[in-house]
Design a binder for this molecule. Structure first.
Ligand code: PEP
Ligand code: MN
Length: 358
C-alpha cells in the first residue's frame, strides 16, 4: 500500500497520536454540541459521533440518523473541529458526504461482511474523504485486510485501520480481546497503513482506557479513537466506557510517547547479540539437517521407513518438558520441534528420492 496518503487535516498537529474523540452516539443536538465544545476547549480537533448505530438487538437506541448531520455541521461551524461518523450502507455514505462529514469509519460488524464492504466501496468511488476501517468482530486478519483492500480499490487513498478488539466466548477483563498480535501482523502486512486503537471498545470500562491507550502507543500505533461524553453516566449507548472530555484530556496528557526509531547504544548492543545467536541457531539447524540426511541414507540402506512415530513422540515430549524447565512455553517448544521435524523429514525424503532415481 505505498500509494497511500497521510491522514492529516489543516491545523491539526501531525505528531503521534492523531486523536479522534467524541460520544459513542449523537443523542441530541444539545448533548452533541456540549460535548464538542468541552472537547474543543481541551484542545481536541477531530470529533466523532455515531449517527447510525449498529445494535446487537432491535429496540436499542439505533441512532438519530441523517438528522444529526446538521448537528455535526454546527459542531464544525462553532468549534472548528473536523467531524467523523460511522457508515454502514451506501445511503449512509451518500448522506454523510453530502452532509459535509470530514472522515468516515466503518464499524466492526460491517467490516465482517464482504457484501456490505463492497457496497460501501462502490459508494465511495470517486470520493476524497478519508476512511478508517475497524477490525471485524472475529479475529480474522484476512477478512480485515480484505475489507481494507475493497476501500483502497475504490480509489480511497487516505486510509487507516482501527483496532477495537475481538469478541470471544471467554469471559475476560476486556469487552473485546485486544489480541495485539493481529494489529501487529497487520502492520507487517500493510506497512504504510496508519493504525488507530480504540481503547473504549476494547476495554468496555472507562478505567481501561488509559492502560490500553498507553499499550497502543508503546506498540507504535498512529492514533487513538476514544469515546467521550459530557455526561457519561447518562449516555444512551456504551455508557460504562465513556469518559468526560476533561478526564480524556488528563489521560492523553499522561501518555508516555516513546520515539519509535531512536535506538540507544545498549539496545544496539543487545540486538547485535541477538543477530549472533540467530547465526548460531541457523548453523546448528543446518548441522542437524546434515545429520538427519545421513540418517536418511542409513534408513534407505536398511529399508526402514522415514517416519518413526514412536521416536518422534518421545523426542517431542522429552524436549517440551526440558523447555519448561528452562523457562519456555511447552506449546512453543512443541511447535518449534514440529517445524524442525517437518523439514528433517522433507530432507530425508529428498535423500531417498535421489538414491532411488539413480
Ligand atoms: C462505535 O464506534 O461506537 C462502534 C459501534 O464501534 P464498533 O463497530 O467497534 O463496535
Ligand atoms: Mn460505542
Amino acid at each position: 500500500m505505498n500509494d497511500l496518503q497521510p491522514i492529516q487535516f489543516p491545523g491539526v498537529d501531525t505528531r503521534r497520536p492523531l486523536l479522534i474523540t467524541g460520544p459513542c452516539s449523537a443523542e441530541t443536538e444539545e448533548q452533541t454540541l456540549r460535548t464538542a465544545r468541552e472537547l474543543a476547549a481541551e484542545g481536541f480537533r477531530i470529533f466523532r459521533a455515531g449517527l447510525w448505530k449498529p445494535r446487537t438487538k432491535p429496540g436499542g437506541f439505533e441512532g438519530v440518523g441523517a438528522e444529526g448531520l446538521a448537528w455535526l455541521r454546527r459542531v464544525k461551524r462553532e468549534t472548528g473541529m473536523y467531524t467523523a461518523t460511522e457508515v454502514a450502507t451506501r445511503g449512509h455514505v451518500a448522506a454523510a458526504i453530502d452532509g459535509g462529514v470530514d472522515l468516515l469509519w466503518i464499524g466492526a460488524r460491517t467490516a465482517a461482511n464482504p457484501f456490505a464492504m463492497q457496497e460501501i466501496a462502490d459508494a465511495l468511488r470517486g470520493q476524497e474523504v478519508p476512511v478508517l476501517i475497524k477490525n471485524p468482530v472475529s479475529p480474522d486478519l484476512e477478512l480485515w485486510i480484505g475489507a481494507i483492500e475493497r476501500i483502497r480499490n475504490a480509489g480511497i487513498r487516505r486510509l487507516g485501520a482501527i483496532h477495537r478488539g475481538f469478541s470471544s466466548i471467554d469471559r475476560s477483563l476486556y469487552r473485546n480481546h485486544p489480541i495485539w498480535s493481529i494489529p501487529i501482523e497487520l502492520r507487517r502486512r500493510l506497512p504504510g497503513l496508519p493504525i488507530f486503537c480504540d481503547p473504549s471498545h476494547i476495554g468496555g470500562k472507562r478505567e481501561l482506557i488509559a492502560p490500553l491507550a498507553q499499550q497502543a502507543m508503546d506498540l507504535g500505533f498512529d492514533g487513538l479513537v476514544v469515546e467521550a461524553h459530557s455526561n457519561p453516566d447518562l449516555a444512551w449507548s456504551d455508557k460504562s466506557q465513556q469518559v468526560t472530555p476533561q478526564t480524556l484530556a488528563y489521560i492523553v496528557r499522561n501518555l508516555i510517547l516513546r520515539e519509535m526509531n531512536t535506538t540507544t547504544e545498549s539496545l544496539n548492543e543487545l540486538r547485535s547479540q541477538i543477530d549472533k545467536l540467530d547465526d548460531q541457531l541457523l548453523d546448528l539447524l543446518a548441522h542437524r539437517m546434515r545429520v538427519s540426511r545421513e540418517i536418511g541414507q542409513y534408513k534407505k540402506e536398511h529399508a526402514m521407513p522415514v517416519l518413526q512415530t514412536q521416536r518422534y513422540e518421545e523426542l517431542l515430549s522429552r524436549r517440551a518438558a526440558q523447555a519448561v524447565g528452562m523457562g519456555m512455553d511447552r506449546e512453543f517448544m512443541r511447535s518449534v520441534l514440529q517445524a524442525i521435524h517437518e523439514e528433517s523429514i522433507r530432507q530425508q525424503m529428498e535423500v531417498l528420492k535421489v538414491k532411488s532415481e539413480k
